[in-house]
Design a binder for this molecule. Structure first.
Ligand SMILES: [Zn+2]
Length: 267
């Protein structure tokens, strides 16, 4: 008999089972979110060659895009404010409701907002937020039309067109994709938020030659900068709170003094 065939259960047992499974599911979800939050904070996804925690969740963990987006968003805020995980674990706020809340949550209002959303449906939480945080009407007709080719390049991929002649060579060589290669040989290839990066840092005498410049996505540019200059330094630059206070060691940091910065540019 299949373990999923429940026809033999008495009504009471069936309902007991259902309730305990929902409880279990909530605590598992909270634990999962805490793991996602910590993996994201350590940027392990970047070390392994993925441009974002969301990409890692979709491509490695095989979550749907929607499930990944929701979990990563809640996990990042929950890492800063663990009461978010606690409220999901004990069933006060469901995951979808928390996803609505997190953009509005800060250190000051977290307890009050979680309390106000406790036991509410998704729709009720939407209404609660609309009342407390009324949004301005969206502007109309502000879409810009791009001009020359360099501008077009930037508009499509977020690249600042500095010295377009030289950098177009880099763009062509890297095929318009992030050139980060993980220690295991996985190339990122993201086309999102690309930036030009000096393989040997400009700040340390690296030159702006085609050989010394490569395309990196934002995540890998930041990740490699942390490997070079240290997470504490970068956190300070970004002015982040908890990350700056407690830089935790992780596999990404063990390579800080090693070869990450010299990952090869595919020819
Ligand atoms: Zn990348």
């Amino acid at each position: 008999m299949s373990r999923y065939s429940l026809e033999h259960l008495a009504d009471d047992s069936l309902l007991d089972g259902l309730h305990s499974l929902v409880e279990h599911d909530r605590t598992t979800t909270a634990d999962l979110l805490a793991h996602i939050g910590e993996v994201a904070r350590r940027r392990l996804y970047a070390h392994l060659g993925y441009p974002s925690m969301q990409a890692y969740c979709v491509q490695v963990l095989h979550l749907s895009e929607d499930a990944a987006r929701k979990r990563v968003q809640v996990a990042r805020k929950g890492w800063l404010l663990p009461v978010i995980f606690e409220a999901i674990a004990d069933g006060r706020v469901h995951l979808s409701g928390m996803k609505l809340l997190v953009p509005f949550i800060d250190e000051e209002n977290v307890h009050e907002l979680v309390e106000a959303a406790s036991g509410r449906t998704y729709r009720e939480i939407e209404l609660l937020l609309a009342e407390r945080f009324p949004q301005p009407e969206p502007d109309e007709g502000v879409e810009e039309v791009s001009g020359d080719a360099a501008r077009h390049l930037r508009d499509r991929s977020g690249v600042k067109p500095i010295a377009p002649g030289r950098f177009r060579e880099v763009w062509k060589r890297d095929q318009g994709r992030c050139a980060y290669v993980s220690p295991a040989g996985r190339r990122c290839e993201s086309r999102w938020m690309l930036e030009f990066d000096h393989v040997h840092e400009f700040a340390r005498g690296g030159e702006a030659t085609v050989d010394n410049v490569r395309l990196l996505c934002r995540a890998h540019n930041q990740y490699l900068a942390e490997c070079t200059f240290g997470a504490g330094f970068m956190d300070e630059k970004r002015g982040s709170g908890r990350g700056a206070a407690t830089p935790a060691p992780g596999p990404h940091l063990t390579s800080a003094s090693g070869g990450s910065r010299a990952s090869p540019i595919p020819a």
